[in-house]
Design a protein around this ligand. Sequence first.
Ligand SMILES: CC(C)(COP(=O)(O)OP(=O)(O)OC[C@H]1O[C@@H](n2cnc3c(N)ncnc32)[C@H](O)[C@@H]1OP(=O)(O)O)[C@@H](O)C(=O)NCCC(=O)NCCS
Length: 211
Amino acid sequence: VMRRALRPEGDDIGGGRVVLRPLEPRDHTEWREVRLANRDWLEPWEPLPEPSAPDPARDPQAFRSRCAALARHRNLDSAYHFGLFVGRSFAGELSLQNVQRGASQSATVGYWVDRRHAGRGLVPEACVVAFAFAFDELRLHRLEVAIVPRNAPSRRVAEKLGLRAEGVAERFLQISGVWEDHVRYGFTVEEWVVRRSELWERFVTAPLQDG
Ligand SMILES: CC(C)(COP(=O)(O)OP(=O)(O)OC[C@H]1O[C@@H](n2cnc3c(N)ncnc32)[C@H](O)[C@@H]1OP(=O)(O)O)[C@@H](O)C(=O)NCCC(=O)NCCS
């Protein structure tokens, strides 16, 4: 009942500097270039890949499988994964993971941007676009961002957006092979309805559609 009908062209959101849309097999060349150029920038903040899994940056078939798995999640309403595009260029990713319905109605937000685009406020813009989608279209109640305490740029994003630091979950997620503590930042629809215009005006460069 909470699910949207999702057609391939109907899945773009945003429309200012930042457009979010599901990745497709044709994005592989660009995705590979950005991923390979950003290994050292991203790997410290990511879980280790499964030892036997093929690398989607080097293997187009593995990238196609990844796109198909993400599309399945979307159709199952279990996760919504987007490429972050600036103009037509691929520049990062943003995802709503672990979508829980029932009493929880929640999801976890994850993001990264190409180092060559860092510091331009692209991720805060993408987050506000994703919040509008999560709260106004998916009708979720709560979003969470979990951040390793020493990841100062990411905590800065959460703080600029005014997300609430709810405390530190010890050994919460495996990052680069280590069970790292994470600060859990929460944000609920009650806060979104009060702040949506302010957040949109401050961070997004496209007009706000009535949701
Ligand atoms: C965290 C991250 C997503 C922020 O995205 P962004 O689009 O650069 O966000 P902003 O432009 O709002 O910058 C956030 C902060 O990063 C810092 N920053 C700015 N330029 C930077 C650069 N070139 N390199 C590193 N940090 C920079 C600043 O402290 C900035 O805060 P400010 O706006 O008060 O100056 C990005 O740094 C990234 O992808 N990092 C690697 C992956 C990662 O950590 N993902 C998140 C895991 S929870």
